[in-house]
Design a protein around this ligand. Structure first.
Ligand SMILES: [Zn+2]
Length: 253
């Protein structure tokens, strides 16, 4: 899941090819080293306070790869039934430890919620992608005790659940409908999705959505995912990303 990505370029390497990822337009070795250190420090922290997060990332993402092939961070399914955690070294260094913790928590929540395996119709719907981001970031803010999204270059990065809720209440009220409370709205990802769908004009994400969320176009059961080759999966991902570029909106991860 490409957290909060803003870039529009399609990846130029196969995102499941680990060697190509390591080699792609390598970042400054010192930056890579610092990004790795931040990632490890964040995971160690989670081991003490949110051990489920570290467990999910270690159990599901055997390979954790710094690469400039993604603009932010992402978890993507690889062909062997595991996931890859990809992170842009400059992005992680720019975020600092607190921001890296937030983004890793975010990516782990996508795994916990099995968003990679959501029904293809859902994954094709940008409103669902936004709903997943809203739900994941809400949990991250609460569980990490944060007031704000992580800052990058002094600006919050990622989808702000409260801003999306404000847009939702404004839309429903303007059309004579009764919005649910924030607590009800935010309780589950599918709940967020259902409520956003009540809007006359459901929001289109204005930042690139998570990479994982556009990895669609493959059947959603685990067996099939396992059987699909990584190149086929990634080809569909790249096609989806290219398609997304035509739209005005998109997100992170
Ligand atoms: Zn995401």
């Amino acid at each position: 899941m490409g957290y909060g990505e803003r870039g529009r370029r399609a990846p130029v390497v196969d995102l499941a090819d680990r060697r190509a990822l390591e080699a792609y337009r390598p970042a400054d070795p010192a930056v890579v080293e610092e990004a790795r250190r931040l990632k490890e420090a964040a995971l160690l922290d989670f081991g003490l306070t949110e051990s489920a997060v570290a467990s999910w990332l270690y159990a599901k993402c055997h390979h954790q790869i710094p690469t400039t092939a993604v603009d932010t961070a992402a978890v993507v399914a690889s062909g062997d039934g595991t996931c890859l955690l990809l992170y842009n070294p400059d992005f992680f260094v720019g975020l600092g430890l607190a921001g890296v913790k937030f983004v890793l928590f975010h990516e782990a929540r996508h795994l916990v919620h099995r968003h990679l395996l959501a029904d293809p119709e859902l994954r094709d719907d940008p409103v669902f992608t936004l709903a997943a981001e809203v739900a994941v970031n809400h949990v991250a803010l609460i569980r990490l005790g944060r007031e704000e999204l992580p800052l990058l270059d002094g600006r919050p990065t990622g989808v702000d659940p409260r801003k999306v809720y404000d847009a939702y209440t404004e839309d429903l009220t303007a059309h004579g409908l009764e919005p649910v409370t924030y607590e009800t709205f935010i309780a589950t990802d599918m709940g967020v999705y259902a409520e956003l769908k009540r809007m006359r004009h459901p929001p289109v994400p204005d930042e690139r959505l998570c990479v994982h969320m556009v990895a669609g176009a493959v059947p959603a059961d685990q067996e099939t995912i396992d059987a699909v080759t990584s190149s086929a999966l990634l080809n569909s991902l790249l096609a989806a990303r290219r398609g997304n570029r035509a739209r005005s909106g998109s997100c992170w991860s």
